[in-house]
Design a protein around this ligand. Structure first.
Ligand SMILES: [Zn+2]
Ligand SMILES: [Zn+2]
Length: 159
């Protein structure tokens, strides 16, 4: 985790106390992997550990299943999809071909990860040229919890 000086803020203790205003400095914390930031060191440390851009991330969903994450295998699926974008005859049905590749990619990722929404998203976010692959994280997450009931509240797993 990193932090920068532009995270300094000033807290005004009421305008009528202008003369003796109170100033406070707080650190703002920035994830090393994505653009997320926050005032809570604890929260950001927890985020960074599971951040889908972190190549060595831990996964609460897979842990819930007792699975060991194999992100490299998932990334191969994404790479295959990305290279498919540049293959074949694109003169007709471009949109249909693209949509088919993307929906196959989503299906294969979820199958390979036992339905893990976070590992599937992580594989997409960590693979080059994957910005055209849309992935419905919310839908995959709802499906995951429908298939695998839990006792802990949802925020325990989210990032
Ligand atoms: Zn992050
Ligand atoms: Zn996972």
């Amino acid at each position: 985790m990193s932090f920068y000086g532009n995270g300094l803020i000033v807290i005004l203790n009421g305008l009528n106390n202008w003369g003796k205003m109170r100033r406070a400095k707080r650190w703002r914390y920035y994830c090393d992997y994505c653009k997320k930031s926050g005032w809570s060191k604890w929260y950001m440390a927890r985020h960074e550990k599971v951040c889908t851009k972190n190549p060595n991330r831990e996964c609460g969903f897979c842990e819930h299943l007792g699975n060991i994450v194999n992100i490299e295998k998932l990334k191969l699926i994404v790479e295959k999809t990305v290279s498919g974008f540049y293959l074949g005859d694109w003169s007709e049905m471009i949109q249909e071909k693209h949509d088919k590749l993307v929906s196959d990619c989503e299906k294969d990722l979820l199958k390979e990860s036992d339905g893990c929404p976070a590992c599937s998203l992580a594989a997409i976010r960590q693979t080059k040229d994957s910005e055209f692959i849309e992935f419905d994280y919310k839908k995959a997450k709802d499906q995951f919890w429908a298939d695998n009931p839990r006792e802990e509240p949802e925020y325990y797993y989210d990032y």
